[in-house]
Design a protein around this ligand. Structure first.
Ligand code: PXP
Length: 247
């Protein structure tokens, strides 16, 4: 029986709403607690270089005021690496970052920066922090991730999520499935995320190697209609039901 899939909620956009008025509401830790009480297995946030949503204090509070699994998503820049090493999250997920992008737009090119990534990963390992690399489901990127010493890869599900339903989406799904199998054969754990929502997540859960999902935007949008707790519970249900049909 495959192990169940964990659901981590990305709460960046709770901070986006808070920052709209420059105050302290909604409170990031209260929101994170609501997610965990509703069945989420942990929290993700992305400390971006421009601090457009999550701020340094949020990272500190999420680590120190909660006990839940905490994934710090980040670019491997010297400043953010220093903050991550001080914070000691349960894992870091390294992502590419461009200032003008609306959200993370593509996977890391590990092939091109393998030596640099290896050095960054070693610094995290010296501090006892596992490292996940956010990559597109491309053979050479998965192989380079393993060679760089990553513990896991987060497979970028954006192209799958954006593909037109039918053949095109199925093709993207097969790419993810093959990448997951390859990753495990190279000793990597498999996470997945980006663009997942209530109707496209179950298929990803059924990829037997996938252990953890990172989902944000769809849940925050749903929360506007039904509240955060119910929005999280509904996604927990999607993941749980699909987990039962893994083989
Ligand atoms: N994983 C990574 C690496 C991301 O950059 C993001 C977006 O911040 C997510 C997962 C979550 O994506 P979404 O908000 O579309 O669910």
């Amino acid at each position: 029986m495959a192990s169940p899939v964990s659901l981590l909620i990305n709460i960046d956009h709770i901070a986006t709403v808070r920052n709209a008025r420059g105050g302290t509401a909604p409170d990031i830790v209260d929101a994170a607690r609501t997610c965990v009480r509703a069945g989420a297995n942990g929290i993700v946030c992305h400390l971006r270089e421009d601090r457009r949503h999550i701020r340094d204090k949020d990272v500190h509070r999420l680590r120190h005021e909660m006990r839940t699994r905490f994934d710090l998503e980040m670019a491997a820049t010297p400043e953010i690496v220093r903050i991550a090493l001080r914070t000691v999250p349960d894992l870091v997920t390294l992502v590419p970052e461009r200032r003008r992008e609306l959200t993370t737009e593509g996977g890391l090119d590990i092939v091109r920066q393998k030596t640099r990534m290896k050095r960054v990963i070693e610094r995290f390992h010296d501090a006892g922090i596992p490292v996940s690399l956010f990559v597109d489901p491309i053979r050479v990127q998965i192989e380079a991730s393993a060679e760089a010493g990553a513990d896991m890869v987060e497979l970028h599900t954006g192209e799958y999520a954006d593909a037109v339903a039918g053949r095109a989406r199925l093709r993207q799904f097969y790419r993810l499935r093959a990448a997951a199998a390859l990753g495990v054969s190279l000793g990597l754990k498999i996470h997945a995320g980006h663009g997942l929502h209530y109707t496209n997540t179950a298929r990803i859960v059924r990829i037997p190697q996938v252990r953890e999902l990172s989902i944000g935007y769809a849940i925050i949008v749903r929360a506007l209609s039904v509240g955060l707790a119910r929005a999280v519970r509904e996604m927990v249900g999607v993941v749980r039901d699909a987990s039962h049909s893994r083989h």
